[in-house]
Design a protein around this ligand. Structure first.
Ligand code: AMP
Length: 417
């Protein structure tokens, strides 16, 4: 877990503020859920890996609790218990910190931040397309370049395995191997379940069916899985989704028919976003149509995305993207002597009222010391409040970059700056 110094915190907040702006534009309402939830709720339908990495503890009431390792369970609980009567669909947005006992390394922390968008109540491809478009828009608005989407549909592999009577939890184990790119082990595991030779051959081909020409990849995938009815339906669903995002934002993703994500609750389209400079995903998401039911709600299909805030910041740093235009104006107000402190406070308040960031020198330094400090710290202007000028309602305004100063009347100070 890390500390964030002001510049680092500013970068995180810039990403969060941008994501909030996207939420507003797409009509997503922000929700805030607790950092601590019941262990049972969080563990119910996540993945073995995440379950084992939860920060779990007993509270003073003897209940088993945990720090949330992801948002989805909390959102599903909230929707199932508090939002069932609301008109459909619900568009929800949330952000905050999550906790997983991962091995700390580049872009992987034990406390990390996510930005989440969830669209609940629709099982139509346009809902999936909207979540992809939101993700695309966030990347664009942050100024991230060359990002690409990896996309697949969990229904392709699950459809094949279900028709071969492989139980769901066994399927989940195989999905986790695939998520870790342990393809050979996954194929061996499938073989050991006693499926048909045709199934092995089909799965092997599915895992090789990938590429940038989405239309071709999906045509090939459909021919390969033609014996497996629900796998065919999955390919068709993905075809429709991709047609929609192609026409809305021009998304041309890398399609992988055998793409799997570790989380167990996915039921449909799944995706991740990358930049060439980093091997780890900046964000990921997909469709989860059964989860809300599992938490006691009525059946409510849903699709969502979780962006890693920390990783978005890392990508921006790698690409040299500034978080925010550097402070345009930044003023230090220096009183010449203790008796002018009150006046310095008054002037700084006046500047802030005019939206100009201003700091009063609080170190009691001499003017020359205060100016040399102002230089080092990058102030754009210094206002020197001296007794002689003040008698005439004036102060000294110094432009730190130009290294020039002049006397201005206080009522013109804001304008001059
Ligand atoms: P997941 O909930 O595992 O699908 O992760 C969604 C996104 O959260 C990932 O693409 C990452 O950007 C981010 N993420 C997940 N785990 C971590 C972690 N340990 N440290 C930093 N970011 C993470």
């Amino acid at each position: 877990m890390r500390d964030f110094l002001p510049e680092e915190a500013q970068r995180m907040r810039h990403v969060e503020n941008t994501s909030r702006e996207i939420a507003r534009l797409f009509g997503y309402g922000e929700i805030i859920t607790p950092v601590i939830e019941s262990y049972e709720l969080l563990a119910a339908k996540s993945s073995d890996e995440i379950r084992q990495r939860m920060f779990a503890f007993n509270d003073l009431g003897g209940r088993k609790m945990a720090l949330r390792p992801e948002f989805t369970a909390s959102i599903a609980r909230l929707v199932a218990t508090k939002m069932m009567r609301k008109p459909k669909p619900s568009r929800l947005f949330c952000l905050g910190s999550l906790y997983r006992y991962d091995e700390p390394q580049f872009g992987r922390y034990r406390e990390f931040w996510q930005i989440d968008y969830e669209l609940i109540g629709s099982n139509k491809p346009e809902a999936d397309a909207e979540i992809l478009a939101i993700t695309y828009n966030l990347m664009e608005r942050l100024g991230i370049r060359n990002f690409y989407f990896k996309i697949g549909h969990i229904g392709i592999l699950r459809g094949i395995l279900s028709q071969e009577k492989v139980a769901e939890d066994q399927q989940s184990g195989i999905m986790q191997l695939l998520d870790k790119k342990r393809w050979d082990e996954a194929l061996t595991a499938i073989q050991e379940l006693g499926v048909s030779q045709e199934c092995i051959a089909t799965v092997r081909t599915v895992l090789e069916t990938r590429g940038k020409d989405a239309r071709k990849v999906l045509r090939d995938a459909k021919i390969n899985v033609e014996k497996y009815e629900s796998a065919v339906a999955a390919v068709e669903d993905l075809q429709e989704i991709l047609e929609l995002v192609r026409s809305s934002v021009g998304l041309e993703p890398l399609v992988e028919a055998g793409f799997a994500r570790g989380l167990e609750y996915y039921t449909g389209m799944i995706f991740e976003v990358y930049v060439p400079e980093m091997e780890i995903a900046l964000g990921g998401g997909g469709r989860y149509d059964k989860l809300i039911e599992l938490f006691g709600g009525e059946p409510a299909p849903a699709v969502g995305v979780a962006q890693g805030t920390d990783r978005l910041v890392l990508a921006m740093e790698k690409q040299g993207i500034a978080a925010e235009a550097s402070k345009k104006k930044w003023v230090t107000v220096i009183p010449v002597g203790a008796e002018l402190r009150a006046k310095a406070f008054e002037l700084s308040a006046m500047l802030r009222k005019a939206e100009i960031p201003a700091e009063v020198d609080v170190m009691g330094r001499t003017v020359s010391k205060a100016l040399s400090d102002a230089n080092k710290r990058g102030f754009t202007h210094a206002v020197i409040v001296g007794p002689e000028e003040l008698k005439e309602g004036k102060v000294v305004l110094r432009n730190m970059k130009e290294r020039e100063q002049r006397i201005v009347t206080i009522d013109r100070l804001t304008k001059e700056i």
